[in-house]
Design a protein around this ligand. Sequence first.
Ligand SMILES: Nc1ncnc2c1ncn2[C@@H]1O[C@H](COP(=O)(O)OP(=O)(O)O)[C@@H](O)[C@H]1O
Ligand SMILES: [Mg+2]
Length: 267
Amino acid sequence: MSHTDNTAEALLTARGLHKSFGDNEVLRGIDLTLHRGEVVVLIGPSGSGKTTVLRALNGLETPDAGSIVVEGGPEIDFAPETKPSTRVQKQKRLALRDRSAMVFQHHNLFPHFTVLENVIEGPWRVQGRPKAEVVAEALTLLDRVGLADKADARPHQLSGGQQQRVGIVRALALKPDLLLFDEPTSALDPELVGEVLLVIKELADEGWTMAVVTHELSFAREAADHVLFMDGGVVVEQGPPAELFSAPKHERTQRFLTRIMRPLDGF
Ligand SMILES: Nc1ncnc2c1ncn2[C@@H]1O[C@H](COP(=O)(O)OP(=O)(O)O)[C@@H](O)[C@H]1O
Ligand SMILES: [Mg+2]
């Protein structure tokens, strides 16, 4: 399905997202549409607002203005003129929490929990689903990513790549509508990047809807339907990866791509 199709069919539509931290205007009007089964990759320099976008979609951050709607849910309007109380804002954010699940740069696993306990915490304790069912699903998911034998291990006994795969399983166990990945491989040793990208690519091939912040361009080329280049809190340019990477139209996009593709230039 093409990115420009009618938004009525979108799984998620974000419009005009603004966010400031003090005087720092981090998002200056972000529009983003995710259709079911679509993989959108976000790229852009450090500080351009990529993480803040994902956090807003996941309800971890309350935008100052704009709206987000996830299929089947209410349109959540963050319009400033309504001067919503903190409680109202929190309710709006919570309405988004269950719809997506986020995989972070650092896995954020509980160190004192086993792998299995980490995976079942959300669906069992937070979502309140039956423990036996949640455990069975968790073991199936761990098996899928090649970690069936690590269920009783603690996070520190795993490699960084294995920890990130547990992070992905923990997100899947929540049965979200969409997955959000925030630089899932950027903290890994180079030889561990491939095994994590492979899992993400398999999920994409299975039809998961996802937004992925990553600078792994060969992954983006293969997996992404659509790439957004952000800079200074706006989407500067977007398009299919083949177009955006081979023939970027904006000078800022060109400069950024040159920098990340040939990092030793200038030395
Ligand atoms: N909770 C916060 N409080 C204050 N400033 C923040 C906070 N989160 C992010 N920022 C600032 O917002 C800007 C964008 O951050 P971020 O969304 O993390 O960018 P990116 O992920 O593209 O590197 C940065 O200048 C960052 O310092
Ligand atoms: Mg970030």
